[in-house]
Design a protein around this ligand. Structure first.
Ligand code: ADP
Length: 627
């Protein structure tokens, strides 16, 4: 017998499950039956494709039984699936591999630890059985191997594994029920829970129970217990049922059986194609974004089936990456069963299904967009991946540009690009946008003062990926996207003769030189601004340099070696401060004023000051003098 401890994250997950899911404790059955069904799927595939497995006598089923005697209440879930060897047991029932789940656990604070909706966003899986059991035993034998193993755990101290004997391949899990779980040692609650959560499992699920009959009369009356077995589910592939027979409620139920989600999906798209291509797809968009949406090792949401045989749930190419939040199934009639991963990735049949699926999904999002409120709810969850698609998927550009939304100076909430263009001024040179990470700061940024004054709309691009996707998109229709964060932005807004002071370069040159001398190599240049009206100064990136936010993002992503691109300080010569400064000699007061112009511009960009103490001292000096 070998002892093992749970990985730290498993302990955290166990704690979370037990303390936050108690109002949904019956889901343990859904999780275990769905694992059993996955195990059957995997073995079925091998028996159809691998010679050494073809000869085994495979009878796919899930069998559930229970013991309701008061001192020994338990429930057993048995499957004839792929099973696990010792290594599998340690890896699958002792660790959490995915970084999305790990990170999610790390981020939880005391308050949300009670929120079962949060935890519903990722699969709680096997560990949920510790909500109802104080001891769990797994006896399992991997198909094609001789050894069987017994795994046992109290869900607290870790687990033990020892060799054991088992006749057939598969897994048998027994839960020794605690007070929370004792109500499940009962025919009716098991049946009800299975019907609710596992009705659409594609393999038969049987429940065995004892039925009492009485023989004789009075003193001689004898109780005879008879063992009965009943199939609980209808065991057909849900997606093959005629669409006309299915109601929204049925789709919602099916979604829950395979997605591990507690909530109803936001929408479903069911396609049964016949003719040139013969396939079925059933896709769902969850209400909430999955926790691992932004991790490279995210779990793909789409399962591939061939003629109702499960092939894989770990193929990221079934849909483009930007649609990774979509869950569902693809079932093809035209693929061979033993498709290898290499074949999958460049298979024409699959490629056609993928293309058609993407169009269908994007069109269904467009239909959703007709209902503004619902669409915004969707967009707040999945706007980012949609924008990724806008950037990546040139083939569907026309559909995607109707789906992206941006905040804007002219509207509350979001605007479409189409509406922005409708509001453009007659001689407007492009679609203006400002990037940064804080909406409130951007809305008050000196960079857009001139646009506001001229009543020109500016998109508020406060999502960090906007920095990449908007320049990447480059154009909407005939209109160029123009960043207002660059040093040359605003020049084109200037009308001739409008800004007289700055045209006289000769006069301003010595002044600019003095300012530059104070700031040294902290700035790339100092320029007279053509766009400021109320603010004295602003920091911008040079026309071809990455913006500050972009630089921060690159640093955060570990892109070392990127040279720091220094900002340009733009100053507003029309501002009273600058007017006063232009007549001054380069004294301590001049230096202080210059530093303050630079520092306030940094603050407005949402950047950190290099030395806050110096800033405060300077500010206090100025205050003292002025009071
Ligand atoms: P998930 O099912 O989301 O991967 P679980 O915690 O439910 O997470 O299960 C972890 C892993 O344990 C599964 O991915 C599978 O490899 C293995 N496993 C669980 N139950 C079974 C079973 N009945 N038969 C074979 N393998 C199983």
């Amino acid at each position: 017998m070998t002892k093992h401890v749970f990985q730290t994250e498993v302990n955290e997950l166990l704690h979370l499950i037990i303390h936050s899911l108690y109002s949904h404790k019956e889901i343990f059955l859904r999780e275990l039956v769905s694992n059993a069904s996955d195990a059957l799927d995997k073995l079925k595939y091998l028996t159809l494709t691998e010679d050494e497995f073809k000869k085994i006598n495979f009878d796919p089923k899930v069998e559930i039984s229970f013991n309701d005697s008061a001192e020994d209440r338990s429930i057993t879930i048995k499957d004839s699936g792929i099973g696990m060897n010792e290594e599998d047991l340690i890896e699958h029932l002792g660790t959490i591999a995915r970084s999305g789940t790990k990170n999610f656990l790390g981020k939880l604070t005391g308050d949300d630890k009670k929120d079962s909706n949060l935890i519903g966003q990722f699969g709680v899986g096997f560990y949920s059985c510790f909500m109802v059991a104080d001891q769990v035993e797994v006896i399992t034998r991997k198909a094609g191997e001789k050894e069987a193993y017994r795994w046992i755990s109290d869900g607290k101290s870790g687990f033990e594994i020892e060799p054991t004997a088992k006749k057939e391949a598969g897994t048998e899990i027994t839960l020794y029920l605690n007070d929370e779980g004792k109500e499940f040692a009962n025919r009716w609650s098991i049946t009800e829970t299975l019907k609710k959560y596992s009705n659409h499992i594609a393999f038969p699920v049987y429940l065995s129970y004892e039925e009492s009959q009485f023989d004789g009369e009075g003193e001689d009356k004898k109780e005879i217990k008879e063992l009965k077995t009943e199939q609980i589910n209808d065991a057909t592939a849900f997606w093959k049922k005629p669409k006309s027979e299915l109601k929204k409620k049925d789709y919602n139920e099916f979604y829950k059986t395979f997605s591990n989600d507690f909530a109803d999906p936001a929408l479903h798209v069911h396609t049964q194609a016949e003719g040139a291509m013969d396939y079925t797809t059933l896709f769902f968009v969850p209400e909430k974004a999955p926790q691992d949406l932004f991790y490279a090792d995210y779990k793909p949401g789409v399962k591939l089936y061939v003629k109702r045989v499960f092939i894989t749930d770990d193929e990221k190419e079934l849909l483009p990456t930007y649609l990774r939040f979509v869950k569902g199934i693809i079932d093809s009639e035209d693929l061979p069963l033993n498709v290898s991963r290499e074949i999958l990735q460049q298979n024409r049949v699959l490629d056609n299904i993928r293309k058609a699926s993407v169009k269908k999904l994007l069109k269904s999002f467009q239909t959703l967009a007709k209902k503004e409120k619902e669409y915004i709810k969707f967009y707040e969850e999945f706007g980012r991946p949609i924008k990724e698609g806008y950037y990546q998927d040139r083939d569907n550009r026309e559909l995607l540009e109707k789906l992206v939304r941006f905040k804007s100076t002219k509207v509350e909430g979001y605007t479409t690009l189409e509406d922005y263009v409708k509001r453009m001024q007659e001689d407007q040179k492009g679609i203006y946008y400002i990037t940064g990470d804080n909406e409130a700061t951007l809305r008050r940024s000196p960079l857009i003062e001139m646009y506001m004054q001229k009543d020109i709309e500016v998109l508020i691009a406060d999502d960090e990926i906007d920095e990449i996707i908007i320049p990447g998109a480059a154009k909407y229709g005939d209109h160029d996207f123009k960043s207002v964060n660059r040093s040359n932005a605003g020049d084109e807004l200037k009308k001739e003769g409008e800004v007289e002071e700055e045209t006289n370069e000769k006069e301003t040159a010595p002044f600019i030189k003095k300012v530059k001398k104070v700031l040294g190599d902290r700035v790339k240049d100092v320029k007279v601004s053509s766009r400021l009206t109320d603010s004295p100064s602003v920091l911008v990136a040079d026309a071809d340099d990455p913006t500050f936010q972009m630089q921060e993002m690159m640093r955060a992503m570990g892109q070392a070696g990127m040279p720091d691109a220094k900002p340009i300080l733009e100053i507003n010569l029309g501002h009273p401060i600058l007017k006063k400064m232009s007549g001054m000699r380069k004294t301590k007061d001049f230096d202080n004023a210059t530093e303050l112009l630079y520092e306030q511009a940094l603050l407005l960009e949402g950047m950190k000051l290099e030395n806050p103490a110096d800033f405060v001292k300077r500010l206090n000096d100025v205050l003292t003098k002025s009071l």
